[in-house]
Design a protein around this ligand. Structure first.
Ligand SMILES: [Ca+2]
Ligand SMILES: [Ca+2]
Length: 106
């Protein structure tokens, strides 16, 4: 009886967890993101203005390759904590590393 109750509880918990995530599907590995959760910081911005939103996560800038996968961008914003904003209004998102307070113009 105890095993049955435990199984039911685990099944309920798994069902609840899946339902809470719908309609999202974990595609992290499928799209090439190798993110180690060392810094719980992430932000989206289309830094190269190619129409595909890119991802800054855990100290790395990931370029979105036509919605199919991500590749690590060379250069760009580095550091653990970045906020995006177009401070010079040229249409390219600039990055502020708010830990080291460095403003990177794009
Ligand atoms: Ca982009
Ligand atoms: Ca800019």
């Amino acid at each position: 009886m105890r095993k049955l109750l435990l199984s039911l509880a685990l099944a309920f918990a798994a069902t609840f967890r899946v339902a809470a995530l719908e309609p999202f599907i974990d595609v992290t590995a499928e799209v090439g993101l190798e993110i180690k959760n060392t810094e719980p910081v992430a932000a989206w911005a289309d830094y190269d203005r190619d129409g595909w939103v890119d991802l800054y996560a855990c100290g790395n800038l990931w370029r979105n390759v036509e919605g199919r996968h991500f590749e690590k961008a060379k250069g760009g914003a580095r550091g653990p904590s970045v906020l995006w904003g177009d401070f010079d209004n040229d249409g390219y998102p600039d990055a502020l590393n708010y830990r080291r307070f460095i403003l990177l113009r794009n």
